[in-house]
Design a protein around this ligand. Structure first.
Ligand code: ADE
Ligand code: ZN
Length: 348
């Protein structure tokens, strides 16, 4: 290689950082880095089960979804006051900005906090204030999604929705997360129907560890506008055809999938095949503090493992806006911005 020429690796990374992107599958509690866990533990006089930041980070070695969730819920215990939720959300937004993220639709898990006696207003106000400041200071637009924990009952989800109603102006939609197997979308049909009547948009995790049937249930019973993960859709050819025909977005999280052993290796990931079959696939980071990478790290990991072309990377960025809850004019504006960026950088 000519030594004056940059290697292709850094140029792909800088191309990806400059590419306007939306992030649509991000658990804000999953952005809590070990350093912040320790700082908040010291602030609130909480004793942690790990001696150091490094020891905690070394524990991030998962064999499935549940082994991750156990640590994730334990980590969230250091979030105690509104300032903590503000600091966590602000840190994520600054990191996202460095990755060229211009719009975020983020999840929070109110039950993880209300079960510990933290008021839902403390949670929502802290996150919302950081999102509003992020829009003003960093130019990142946002939507907030309240997730119900599916290992808990539907009655608990109904009670959580009631608690959130005074803050409804800050919450765009509801979602469904936590332990998937054995907790099908049908368990939450009534609370999703009520959320629908109240005007909330809807999404659900489905087909991460659970079967393809859960994706069909989420679409037909919960009336979701997109599927979080959804990678197991390829076990059902009719469902695959439907997802392509209806352009149902999938918010895929590649580093999460390999960390949680949905795929043993990134080379086995079906993202490229799904994209080539016409599905509206998007790339997201899920719980970046736990899975070893933020948004551009996820793009880079699949680009390398699956040898994605520049055109495919551009398509993924456009899909992220198509799949978002932005209004039609804003979607079009960002899709045009992606096209203009791609044209400008290919000429360079
Ligand atoms: N909560 C946080 N991350 C999650 C994931 N990947 N699946 C289900 N629930 C989650
Ligand atoms: Zn998730």
């Amino acid at each position: 290689m000519n030594p004056t020429e940059p290697s292709s690796e850094p140029s792909i990374a800088s191309f990806l950082r400059g590419l306007p992107k939306a992030e649509l599958h991000l658990h804000i509690e999953g952005t809590l880095e070990p350093e912040m866990v320790f700082a908040l533990a010291a602030k609130h006089d909480v004793t942690l089960a790990y001696a150091s930041v490094d020891a905690l980070r070394r524990a991030y070695d998962f064999h499935d979804l549940q082994s991750f969730l156990d640590l994730y819920y334990a980590g969230a215990d250091v979030l105690r006051d509104e300032e903590d939720f503000y600091a966590m959300t602000s840190a994520y937004l600054r990191r996202a900005r460095a990755d060229g993220v211009v719009h975020v639709e983020i999840f929070f898990d109110p039950q993880t906090h209300t079960e510990r006696g933290i008021g839902i207003g403390t949670v929502i106000n802290g996150i919302h204030r950081a999102l509003a400041d992020g829009e003003r200071d960093l130019g990142i637009s946002h939507r907030l999604i309240l997730c119900f924990l599916r290992h808990l009952s539907e009655a608990a989800a109904e009670a959580t929705l009631d608690l959130a109603l005074p803050f409804a102006d800050r919450v765009a939609g509801v979602g469904l997360d936590s332990s998937e197997a054995g907790h099908p979308p049908s368990k939450f049909e009534r609370v999703f129907a009520r959320a629908h009547r109240l005007g909330f948009a809807r999404v659900a995790h489905a087909g991460e560890e659970g079967p393809a049937d859960y994706i069909t249930e989420a679409l037909d019973l919960l009336q979701v506008s997109r599927i979080d993960h959804g990678v197991r859709c390829d076990e059902d050819p009719q469902l695959l055809a439907r997802l392509a025909r209806e352009r149902v977005p999938l918010t895929v999280c590649p580093l999460s999938n390999t960390k949680l052993k949905v795929y043993q290796q990134m080379e086995q990931h079906n993202l490229r095949r799904l994209l080539e079959q016409g599905l509206c696939v998007t790339i997201n980071s899920d719980d970046p503090a736990y899975f070893g990478g933020y948004l551009v790290d996820n793009y880079l990991a699949v680009q390398r493992a699956l040898d994605l072309s520049r055109e495919q990377l551009v398509q993924l960025a456009k899909n992220s806006f198509e799949a978002s809850w932005l209004d039609a004019a804003s979607k079009q504006r960002w899709i045009t911005a992606v096209d203009n960026y791609a044209a400008r950088t290919s000429a360079a």
